[in-house]
Design a protein around this ligand. Structure first.
Ligand code: PLP
Length: 448
């Protein structure tokens, strides 16, 4: 474990609960997401600062998970915490129908980093309902029903959002209609027998065109894509793919929705991940990094054309907490801190100068690393039993690796046969060096 910071020593002196106390209370009362409940043994987290978290027993961990890839600004950023406290003191809640200064300011701040074609922001409680409402807007704007998304994707855990999701979480929730899935680019495990990025792009676009034609393009309201599919493996799209999707959408009058819930607000080293791909969507969904999850919030950034559809016609959607003032205050403070501290620039530099070369060097040392991919502070190491067959390592291997990382003081993000290297966007070069040393030791300690 890492040495405990001074703030932690004070907290421990105050004799709060132990890890065992907290886990026992949790297991007696809390029902956890995406889990069979009985065998759970969660990590108790007591506090955090920047890229570090600590438990109740004095152990600290480098947080290279950013929790659920959301603490882009790091833990406990003082400016965001102060804004939350200040807003709680002045007005802790307000109905969405009222005008509210901090909400309007948050929307203006978000729009200031979005393409010029974007006109309005609709606030939601998180990422799933952002996608839900973006789909609703696209359907009402086009008068069409179907939504095309990728098998390798995650868009959230609500009706249409979970049906639009490609991974296993869709199947037990598949009760909403009109969702069609395609394969997107993933050169390492190409569905198209591609050997080059150019082939992957061309063939993935051909596949999308053929599915559109088979479905009847006049019935398709939207293509919904994660700009960089995150949970599915940080699948950076091959060059030209997103522009090709944009061109297909334009050809058939289909709305392009880019889900920036995980990839947006600095994660890829840009304000929005699509900034690097020369493409402008019609709707953008966001959550996580917009305020690092300090208060639950998400939203839809809406193009002028789509917003105009609802100038005279009622938008049939809303939420009690849409544009909650404390969430809005945290957004304003977070975006200001991003601007003042060049946090997006830090993510880009860390990715280019430290994570990319450091992870590539790890791959040279460890045959188990089959692929290294990512941008900014959004990287995946894909682990394989054999580089030639690309057979994924087993769940047992990943469990042992996770224990080794954890025991050395690193909180990892593990998904299937991958380590997602996803620290906060404020991570320092020293912290990356420390983490790379831990990944190296852990990979050396575990055999296939
Ligand atoms: N979209 C993407 C790309 C996500 O990664 C997630 C969550 O991980 C969601 C949507 C859902 O967001 P939320 O959990 O806030 O509903």
């Amino acid at each position: 474990m890492l040495a405990s910071p001074a703030i932690l020593d004070t907290a421990i002196d105050n004799a709060g609960p132990s890890n065992a106390d907290v886990v026992a209370l949790d297991r007696a009362n809390v029902f956890h997401s995406w889990s069979a409940q009985k065998s759970l043994n969660p990590l108790a987290i007591a506090g955090g600062s920047g890229s570090t978290v600590w438990d109740h027993d004095g152990n600290t961990f480098l947080d290279f998970s950013s929790q659920l890839v959301n603490t882009n600004i790091g833990h406990q950023h003082p400016k965001v915490i102060a804004a939350i406290a200040q807003q709680a003191t002045s007005l802790a809640t307000v109905a969405p129908a009222h005008a509210n200064h901090v909400r309007a300011t948050a929307a203006a701040k978000i729009l200031s980093h979005a393409p010029a074609t974007m006109d309005k922001v609709f606030f939601t409680n998180g990422g799933a309902d952002a996608n839900e409402n973006a789909i609703r807007m696209a359907r009402l704007h086009t008068g069409r029903d179907k939504v095309i998304s990728c098998y390798r994707s995650y868009h959230g855990n609500t009706g249409a959002a979970i049906a639009a999701t490609g991974d296993w979480r869709r199947i037990p929730n598949e009760y909403s209609r009109g969702h069609i899935h395609v394969f997107g680019p993933y050169l390492y495990r190409s569905e198209f027998w591609a050997e080059t990025p150019e082939q992957e792009t061309e063939r993935a676009l051909h596949h999308l065109r053929r599915v559109l034609q088979a479905e009847g393009p006049q019935s398709v309201a939207a293509v919904l894509l994660e700009t960089v599919p995150g949970t599915a493996g940080i699948l950076v799209p091959t060059p030209g793919y997103l522009q090709g999707v944009r061109a297909l959408c334009d050809e058939y009058g289909i709305m392009m929705i880019l889900d920036e819930v995980m990839a947006g607000f600095g994660r890829t080293g840009d304000w929005f991940a699509f900034d690097a791909f020369d493409v402008t969507p019609d709707l953008i969904t966001f959550a996580k990094g917009v305020n690092s999850g300090y208060i639950p919030v998400g939203g839809v950034i809406i193009s002028g054309d789509i917003a105009a559809t609802f100038d005279a016609c009622v938008f049939p959607g809303g939420l009690t907490y849409s544009g909650h003032p404390i969430a809005a205050a945290s957004i304003v403070a977070s975006i200001e801190a991003f601007e003042e501290e060049d946090i997006v620039g830090n993510a880009a530099r860390i990715g280019r100068d430290h994570l990319e070369p450091g992870l590539q060097a790890l791959a040279e040392k460890h045959d188990v690393i089959g692929d290294v991919r990512g941008r900014g502070v959004f990287w995946a190491l894909e682990l394989v039993q054999d580089r030639s067959t690309r057979t994924p390592v087993t769940a047992d291997y990943m469990g042992r690796l996770k224990a080794e990382l954890f025991g050395r003081g690193l909180l990892p993000f593990i998904a299937e046969n991958r380590i997602h290297v996803v620290p906060p966007a404020v991570v320092t070069a020293e912290e990356v060096a420390q983490a790379l040393a831990i990944y190296n030791q852990a990979l050396s300690a575990v055999s296939i």
